[in-house]
Design a protein around this ligand. Structure first.
Ligand SMILES: [Zn+2]
Length: 212
């Protein structure tokens, strides 16, 4: 990637995560901006890329970048139960017009999103230790600003043909679901926006997927 590229990537073989300068600007990151929004946006992107090192693909590489199993059988089994939850979630999401994701095809990216936002949230909370509670800004609590910043990253319009093409050929879920399907699994999001059981943004408790 070139310096002005607005993107990021992770390489399991080189054991590295890369963030070109282009992505280190609003709406991802603002030096003068609100911490909650920075953690929700670029923080979740950084968590996403680190997450790829431990997703269905990256977890099969060892610390030197060699394709070599270093997991116990028990851990791998539990990992597959947890990731199976995400496969089911994406397989069953109804996108209208008879369209669906292929859960296995988008699994690595969906895991990056789920692990990324959960890790960024914990990192943000840890950064607040010993500091005064963040105040309400523009009518939103800091928790709400964290999740709004996360979702804003995925504001996208598709033509129907582009959506079909992505569903059939791309390992990234449709942008809207990178925000919504991910947050349906996050109890901290539901608390921040007072979502109740049965609301569209709350998956039933026994179906909520959690990776890390
Ligand atoms: Zn990714």
């Amino acid at each position: 990637m070139t310096a002005p590229t607005v993107n990021a990537y992770s390489s399991a073989m080189e054991r590295k995560v890369v963030f070109p300068a282009g992505i280190l600007q609003p709406p991802y990151f603002d030096m003068q901006g609100d911490d909650a929004a920075n953690y929700g946006a670029i923080g979740a992107v950084i968590g996403h890329e680190i997450g790829h090192q431990f997703d269905d693909g990256g977890s099969k590489y060892d610390s030197t970048g060699a394709l070599k199993n270093w997991w116990t059988e028990d851990d791998r089994k539990k990992f597959e139960t947890r990731t199976g939850c995400v496969v089911d979630q994406f397989n069953t999401l109804d996108l209208g017009d008879g369209l669906h994701h292929n859960g296995k095809q988008v699994l690595g990216e969906a895991l990056g999103d789920l692990g990324g936002v959960a890790t960024a949230y914990r990192a943000w909370k840890r950064s607040l230790a010993g500091k005064p509670e963040p105040t309400v800004l523009d009518g939103f609590t800091a928790e709400q600003r964290f999740f709004i910043a996360f979702a804003r990253v995925w504001g996208t319009q598709y033509r129907p043909e582009a959506m079909r093409l992505q569903l059939n050929t791309n390992n990234h879920p449709i942008s809207k679901y990178r925000a919504n399907a991910t947050l349906q699994n996050i109890p901290e999001f539901q608390r921040a926006f007072h979502c109740k059981e049965g609301d569209p943004m709350t998956r039933p408790a026994q179906q909520q997927c959690k990776l890390w």
